[in-house]
Design a protein around this ligand. Sequence first.
Ligand SMILES: C[S@@+](CC[C@H](N)C(=O)[O-])C[C@H]1O[C@@H](n2cnc3c(N)ncnc32)[C@H](O)[C@@H]1O
Length: 801
Amino acid sequence: MEKLKLMIPDDLKRMISESTPENLTSICSSLLDFFLSLPEFQRVVEELTDTELGLCRKSKESTLDFKRKGNECFSKRDYVKAINFYSQALRYAPMDAEDMGKNLVAVLYVNRASSMHNAGLLEESLRDCDRAIAIMPSYVKAWFRRGKASALLKNYEGAIRDFEVALHMENSTSGKGQIKEELEMILSYSNKTHGIDNPCNVPKWKEMDSSAERSPAALLCVSTPSKGRGMTSVNDIPPGSLVHSEEPLAAIVNKYSRETHCHFCFIEVPTDVVYCPSCTIPVYCSELCQEQARGIFIKKKQGDSIAWNLPVDLAKHVTDTISMGNVKSPLQDGNYEPFPEHKHECGGSPWSVVLPLDVVLAGRVLAKLIDKRRLSGETCKPVQNLVLAHNYLQIPLKSKLEMHIYGVVLSCCLKHHYGSDYPFTGSSVSQLVLLLAKIKVNSMAVVHMKSLDGYRGFKKSISHSHSRNAFTCSFEQIRVGQALYLNGSFFNHSCQPNVHSYFLSRRLYLRTTEYVHGGYPLEISYGPQVGEWDLHDRQELLKEQYSFECRCTGCSQLNLSDLVLNAFKCAKANCPGAVTEKTFFDILEDDSVQISDAYSSFKLSLPACHFDTVHGQYITEVASRLLKGRSAAHHINQGCCLSCGTDLDIESSSTVSKNAMIQIQRLKECIDSDEDPQILISDFLKSLSILRSVRHQYSKTIAQAEDIIAEAFVRLGEFGPALQHCQESIEILKKLFRRNHIVIGNELIKLSSIQISAGDRAAALSVIKRIEEIFSLYYGSHLVNVCPHVVRLQEEVINLN
Ligand SMILES: C[S@@+](CC[C@H](N)C(=O)[O-])C[C@H]1O[C@@H](n2cnc3c(N)ncnc32)[C@H](O)[C@@H]1O
């Protein structure tokens, strides 16, 4: 792509940089004409769309190679490796290939099922047997393996039927003998246990109910003075209310989750992962997701029970087993229209793995819009109907140029699938360029919660209270995908949002985290919030990622976090004032303050009532000089205490702070790599005290350092100091964030896990109550689905004697 960029003539580059949505078509036509005459461009497109290059094509050769390796590992009883090789073989296996007279895919499923059985993964093994049977109903080995897995899962009735089917189908005497042996064993066992039937192969997603809670709020999309359109509520909404939920118009798995998460539902794939039947790119958690993504529902063979001479009950068992899985997907609730979003990418051409995520997502959006238009018989250009905002005029030249190149390239890739149905003109390219601009502004990162917990650590630490294996419980959010939500796109951003967004599978949920009066804006957060990053950094990020200047309340009113987050301590003893490194302040006569640095300047208001609150009192404490003589203009320089005016040698304080933090980061690495922090703990405590001597008492750096040291003490089994440092961290977070902010909830999770490790049931119970209070605002009834670790904490504390 870089090469193509360099080849674009300067005058065309200039035209692109000056382009507007109105004249985009003619500029895109010029670029298209230029590229179509360029051999380098033809070469790029050929590589992206060539199905014969073998990059993403099925290959019997590769399959057999992986199968052989799998067999070798299986015979060495290395079942984990065997499973991996069989999975790779399945990725490459053509659906119709045969191996020694049998369908190769069915053989691989049974081989993987056997390995999983030996590795103790019985349900997974059972599902692979079902897959093999659905492809080859007469595959005796699959029925036999299914019977064994069913028996171990205590589904004796099912196991007996599986073995009986296998016995009817098996021709060889020795084979029949082996099956009979198993059958007799199960019959005698099931008689003893009165034939308890435990149907265990219910598809796992059936347990999920993503639409349990319905939105009670009536919302309005209104025009705002400074943020374009935005959402408000018609009525007052209590905190913790679900205000919106929606399936995406289109979605795509994140690059780093491609091998670990289902490309359709974004859930982590199980060991019995399934692949696309036509190319080697996507992985899915089940056939259902696979079929929905491709829009091709594989017709399950019904089997020829007459040819096998099966009695009626066994014939029914065969039919039932084959048709298992013909159940409704969790995504198909009333509002969801299934759409085969991988179909136009499938077939072996590599463009969908090579092009950037946003571009492939644009392809998916367009494919869906084309499909919708076809169904409704509309004649307008598909993207025209997509009434989403874009900041095309604010996009910097470099990004604009890339959007134009990718617009043309994506058009070529789509043309490859749609042929003459897809118009390949300057106008269609310009639609794609605008679509890319819309995706930049409106698409959301789909994040799931991943527990990094020391659940096992708790157990150990509880049973041996001085265990050095105790961990704190924590979790991180991981980006699993990127998606475009049509209605979700109308929610504006605030650095102090009153609505929290989260995802179950790929469905978006929005929930109020505070009381919202009717008519008041409902706003989510697109990036870091007040308390996480300071004003300057938040603004920069929003500009870079979304090309807009944030005008939220958090960025237009002076707040404590922005003053102290990165601040230093005043040089004068006992002065609580904050000293900022780069910013200087001008108090203006209209009771506002201008905060400036070398690159930017923001005018913030000082609302009169603000200083009567606790929050306001803290601001007065750390910045009394700033507020002194309000209504009279004055100036405070960088490096000058906001309370007493004493000058600080910022450079040396900054160096001292950096060095101390480097030391503490070493401790973090030590913890992450499971090394023993014992030897160095006193050094780290010294670094913490140095840090405290230069950083402002409410600075985020100190909170982070306290948190790391707390974790080190947990590792050492010294829960007293661990609790103390964790609490210190929480005290700072309480200054930086609102009372019920989830960041505080997350830190409280750590605190309660330490209390559990220390065996302090009463303290843990009261903290867990507080955690529930905060988390239910953010996740409501979905708490169990999104944060199972919170529920586990409760179980732990209940089990504590
Ligand atoms: C996802 S859209 C939100 C809906 C949009 N306002 C509309 O009219 O369709 C994001 C765009 O809204 C505007 N926006 C959202 N939050 C904003 C904020 N806090 N300050 C200024 N503009 C904002 C920006 O133009 C941003 O690119």
